[in-house]
Design a protein around this ligand. Sequence first.
Ligand code: ATP
Length: 606
Amino acid sequence: MPLAPSDGRTARPVALSGLRPFLRPYRPQIALALLFLLLAAAATLSFPWALRVLIDQGLARAGQDPAHLHGPFLGLFGVATALGVFSALRFHLMSWLGERITADVRNAVYGHVLRQSPAFFEHTATGEVLSRLTNDTTLVQTVLGSSLSMGLRNLVMGVGALAMLVWTQPYLMLTVAVAIAGIVLPSVWIGRRVRRLSRDSQDRVADASAVAAEVLNHVATVQGHTAEPRESARFAAATEHAFRTATRRSAVRAAMVAFVIVANAAFLLWGLFRGASAVIAGDMSAGELGQTVVYVMLVAASVAVLAEVYGDVLRAAGATERLMELLHTPPSIVDAAGAQPLPASPQGLAVRFEDLSFHYPSRPGQPALRSVSLDIRAGETVALVGPSGAGKSTLFQLLMRFYELGPGDSGQILVQGRPVQHWTLQSLREHIATVPQDAVVFSTTARDNIRYGRPQATTAEVERAAEAAWAHDFLLALPQGYDSPLGEHGVRLSGGQRQRLAIARALLKDAPLLLLDEATSALDAESERMVQAALDAALSGQGQRTTLVIAHRLATVQRADRIVVMDQGRIVEQGRHAELLAQGGLYARLASLQNLGASEHRAPDR
Ligand SMILES: Nc1ncnc2c1ncn2[C@@H]1O[C@H](COP(=O)(O)OP(=O)(O)OP(=O)(O)O)[C@@H](O)[C@H]1O
């Protein structure tokens, strides 16, 4: 299922309700934040009223000793202090909530995405997921941490100021309502256009980042082709586009600011004029006029803020929708009802493929396996041999349950005599160690890289595994030995070293089933012999573990109890090296073409 485009066009504010489960744990903090919000709003609203009292009862009595003003002014200062304290508390609590809830959402989405099967990542780009985890959560955080709090404060204040107006100047209300509509409606219209342009400008920035990410990942290739000026120009074109879109947005926004200021001023001046006329005519006291003006200003300001906040709320609703979509995509491969943990199997796992036919979900028309039947005893070492695309890795993928049989598939996989789904996913994968063809090195220390499959392993165990995999010496020679950081932000390992590290990792995991994909990449003779020696160690577990190895070298094939030859998704031959050579079939042909028949094997000197 492809994910929705991340433009928020269809989002409605109700989409924010997806966040409800994340708000629930923080109900006390939310209640407290609302209380401070109400207290701060009450303090603000009491100001204009105090102003009227001051003007009418204080200033109006000209010629008196100003000492009687001390009390009211001190009172006002008290209100201002309360306003400051309550606002600060509200601000801090709301920001805390915004950050906390966003962090929770981010962790939940990441944890969930990590459980998705490889098929999910075939149709969802990693960049898309990352953008949701960063950009969308940031949008939600802005709204929860600031816009929503601003909106609520202005809503309370706007409604409060309106109520005070109705109470003190009911006849003015109609005029105020008309004026507000005159300011708000055009603002909402312009606001919508600003939002669209904001979205465009964000997309253009994302385009520029995409260009940069690709180029930086392949910077050596770019420099090798002396394409730096071309790439700079391509990036500059993308940033220029982003700049132009952003400029258009700010121009529209500037026009909107001008309109709001002028319209507000016109409305206020007109009100003041009417009010001043009423004071002169004796229909209204000066204090009442002052109070009314401030209330009207409060109403107008809060309406303007609310219109702006609404835009943010819509954008956050879109972001929430996209995050919830990720969070609510169930992983396609999960434990079956009543799945059992796979019991410890010190003699290795027995594996059986029964008349297995399989298509990858993205290739329903092309079978990757056709009626494969293979019985592997516990403790046996089986070499899989065959041309590229024969289906060897597919057997591994299905054993690990990275893919499940779909509607057009048939047969089954048995582990320890039970269908693979009988066992819990976690226990199944805990019982399998893998050495992929392209060994993955994480950007952490060498020690942690080896410990990846068994994080609780002791230092001595790590070193023993490294020694068996012929990795100890080169690891010791690194600048900080086993503590040297590797990978992207550390030491770069050679292809052969990476493979030995991956073998050490698998040996340390010490699982009853080892799935080994022998690397085909060309290594120099010395490196090749080291890798071969490491493989020997991995393959020496006959009787204690079952090993399935996708083999490309004679030495590996010869160590196997049995060789299974695959072609176009089928098993075409089975037997031992000499038997298969004698048969003169596909194996004999492959052996003469590849180094299967050629490479000799001699352990390197330690
Ligand atoms: N994720 C996938 N989605 C769709 N098709 C796939 C996928 N992985 C492999 N295939 C296809 O399934 C078939 C079997 O592939 P598989 O990787 O099992 O071959 P292999 O024998 O391991 O080859 P190699 O030695 O080159 O790795 C091929 O036709 C391949 O293109």
